[in-house]
Design a protein around this ligand. Structure first.
Ligand code: OGA
Ligand code: MN
Length: 213
């Protein structure tokens, strides 16, 4: 087989499964995984380049609730979002990395993850997202949440932490700084969380894996 035909038989991207393995271990042990500065650099790079193609008009005020009772509720959340469709090579690379994680999780944990969707989110200074869960038991097919951060040199004084609460009775929470390359994965129904206001524009990518239903 010559080089060309060999290349055409290889998958488009081969991703390092060590990170996936680490996430799965955490999910088994705790139900969540905090990966400090562990998103592969070429994925961070793809997200930044994808983000750069989006104009300000494409960001829309985010809402709460399901499609039929969708409402803007700035007292709950103040971010602006733009869905990642895969219309750019960079967007496709991000989605294929998330799909590779999906396949790895299905292979190892039999979670039956069926689809994935994600959006960029921008929080202007002072904006926040009050304590919430991403899915209510029995009401949603979102089962696993993923949030990745795109902020260079974030310092604690700038606020904007993600607070992840271990259960509904936890008021202390685990603090995650939205530092570029850091990401978190957690079971959508199990972990209340919130975004604290920041003094600086805060960029994240939020995504959800769904089961078929
Ligand atoms: C969300 C969310 C967290 C973050 O969009 O549902 O909880 O840190 N985002 O941006
Ligand atoms: Mn959330």
């Amino acid at each position: 087989m010559n080089k060309e035909s060999l290349a055409s038989h290889l998958p488009l991207h081969v991703f390092d499964e060590a990170i996936f393995e680490n996430i799965v271990d955490d999910l088994v042990n705790k139900g969540y995984s905090i990966q400090l500065n562990n998103l592969p650099a070429f994925i961070v790079d793809a997200l930044l380049r994808c983000q750069a193609t989006i104009s300000e008009e494409e960001y829309k005020t985010a809402g709460i609730g399901r499609a039929d009772d969708f409402q803007h509720a700035t007292e709950v959340r103040g971010d602006e979002i733009c869905w990642i469709t895969g219309s750019t090579e960079e967007g496709k690379l991000w989605l294929s990395w998330c799909e590779a994680l999906q396949k790895y999780i299905n292979r190892t944990l039999f979670m039956g993850l069926f689809s994935f969707e994600s959006h960029f989110a921008c929080y202007e200074p002072g904006k926040f997202y009050k304590r919430h869960v991403d899915a209510f038991r029995g009401q949603s097919n979102r089962v696993l949440s993923l949030v990745a951060y795109l902020n260079n040199n974030w310092s604690e004084e700038e606020g904007g932490a993600l607070k992840l609460y271990i259960d509904e009775n936890d008021n202390e929470g685990v603090t995650v700084m939205p530092q570029m390359g850091t990401f978190v994965v957690f079971l959508s129904e199990q972990f209340p969380h919130e975004v604290l206001p920041s003094t600086r524009e805060r960029h994240s990518v939020a995504g959800w894996y769904r089961v078929n239903g």
